[in-house]
Design a protein around this ligand. Structure first.
Ligand SMILES: [Fe+2]
Length: 174
């Protein structure tokens, strides 16, 4: 008789499960309206994500954005709950380490408009920036990452050249 392998009680959340979580959370009107908004800058509240993931509710005043960054080895998902966000991302997978500047080839830029209810999931080393380009309206979004963010790499971009500027660790944002 074969013995079934013991399955750990904690299963690793998939990108699809993270996306499902951020969708359900974004549909919770009471939670979304509880986020304090500040016209001067982004606001955030940490949430409990599924399976030990790290989740955030984020408020974006008009004209704010993240700048180019990635979430290292974490996978994630986010969805706009109100207003509209834009995501600029790179479709090519970049080398994770061992470079300071990288010249990008043509045609790897991707733009997505994410009105309320729209979102996406992403894999490891997804390089992107998220912006609220509205001149008048706040945006609110829900994000989840697994494993909980070990680091965020921040880049500057000039034309096709991406430069690694610094690496943020959890103590920088918690
Ligand atoms: Fe991000």
């Amino acid at each position: 008789m074969s013995v079934s392998p013991s399955v750990s009680a904690v299963s690793t959340p998939t990108q699809a499960e993270l996306l499902d979580f951020v969708r359900r959370t974004a549909a919770d009107a009471q939670l979304i309206s509880s986020l304090p908004l500040d016209p001067e800058g982004r606001t955030w509240v940490r949430l409990e994500g599924p399976g030990g993931s790290e989740a955030w509710l984020i408020g974006w005043p008009p004209g704010t954005g993240t700048g180019w960054h990635d979430h290292a080895e974490s996978v994630g998902a986010f969805v706009t709950a109100s207003g509209e966000l834009k995501e600029n991302s790179l479709t090519a997978r970049l080398p994770a380490d061992g470079w300071k500047t990288l010249e990008l080839t043509e045609g790897i830029d991707r733009e997505r408009r994410l009105p309320a209810g729209k979102g996406r999931s992403f894999g490891q080393h997804h390089v992107h920036e998220v912006l609220n380009e509205s001149t008048a309206e706040h945006a609110i979004s829900v994000h989840a990452y697994y494993p909980p963010l070990p680091q965020i790499r921040r880049y500057s971009r000039t034309g096709h050249v991406l430069r690694l500027e610094h690496v943020e660790r959890p103590e920088d944002w918690q």
